[in-house]
Design a protein. Structure first.
Length: 172
């Protein structure tokens, strides 16, 4: 069978398949497509506004912490929460020591270590800035991250990256 015959055969099968749909089916498909498009536009707009808010908070954090502050914005796909993570040598050393202790059989669960590290490095959570004098922030964040453990890894990855643990790829 040559290519023209293959095209004709495929078009014939397509026409047979399309003939199975009623006008009502076609209208429903069009309405579902429109709904999906509107939902995507809504999600895109939410994301644009969330990123704008996060950008503004990053600028405010830089003003507060100084222009040389090592901070990173963290927005997790399909979550309304955003975080600003700051470099913390103290928290990183504590995390490393706890990890070594755990490897030697003296420490706790890895998930608990990751959670503690994440809580320690979050500077801003949805516009609420951590205050060392306010333990309520840490308690609420710890509970939230415990209930949403998938958020911990992006936060700790950002903190670890700020510490310079990940090597930059060399472009040759």
């Amino acid at each position: 069978m040559n290519i023209q015959q293959q095209v004709a055969e495929t078009r014939k099968r397509l026409a047979e398949l399309q003939a199975k749909l009623s006008d009502e089916d076609r209208a429903e498909i069009a309405a579902r497509d429109e709904l999906a498009k509107a939902e995507q536009e809504l999600q895109d707009e939410r994301e644009r506004q969330m990123i704008l808010d996060l950008d503004r908070r990053m600028e405010k954090a830089k003003e507060s912490l100084g222009p040389d502050a090592m901070i990173r914005a963290v927005a997790i796909k399909n979550y309304p929460d955003t975080f600003i993570v700051q470099k913390s040598v103290k928290a990183h050393k504590k995390f490393n020591q706890a990890t070594r202790d755990r490897q030697e059989g003296k420490g706790g669960r890895a998930a608990d270590l990751d959670l503690a590290y994440a809580v320690a490095v979050v500077y801003d959570w949805n516009g609420i800035v951590a205050d060392e004098l306010d333990s309520e922030f840490g308690v609420k964040l710890q509970k939230y991250l415990t209930d949403n453990p998938g958020l911990i890894t992006p936060i700790t990855n950002a903190a670890i990256e700020l510490m310079g643990v990940f090597a930059a790829e060399r472009k040759s």
